[in-house]
Design a protein. Structure first.
Length: 102
């Protein structure tokens, strides 16, 4: 009888784990922006879900926009920049960093 109770508890626990709603990011979370004066670049670090295709498209200050170079050279496509790096992956999320040359 104890064996069946343990098996039932394990099945309920596993079922609850897999059916419980998971948290999703609605938009990227910016973790840091670093300015390198010598190289004249901005490094933007942000967290997204692993299957998210979000990349930095523009950084704006006042009315001036700064655009990272694109992989294909004409600005369309997947949006990934020449300087996009995945710094870490954990539990379905990625910490990405994009570098924008000023």
């Amino acid at each position: 009888m104890k064996k069946w109770i343990i098996i039932l508890v394990v099945i309920i626990a596993l079922g609850t784990y897999f059916t419980w709603p998971k948290t999703h990011l609605k938009e990227p979370v910016v973790m840091s922006v670093q300015f390198d004066e010598a190289a004249k670049t901005l490094a933007v670090s942000y967290i997204v879900e692993q299957d998210d295709s979000t990349y930095v498209m523009e950084i704006a200050h006042d009315t001036k926009g700064f655009y990272p170079p694109r992989s294909n050279g004409n600005g369309d496509g997947d949006g990934e920049t020449d300087y996009t790096q995945v710094l870490a992956k954990q539990n379905g999320y990625e910490l990405r960093e994009d570098i924008v040359v000023l």
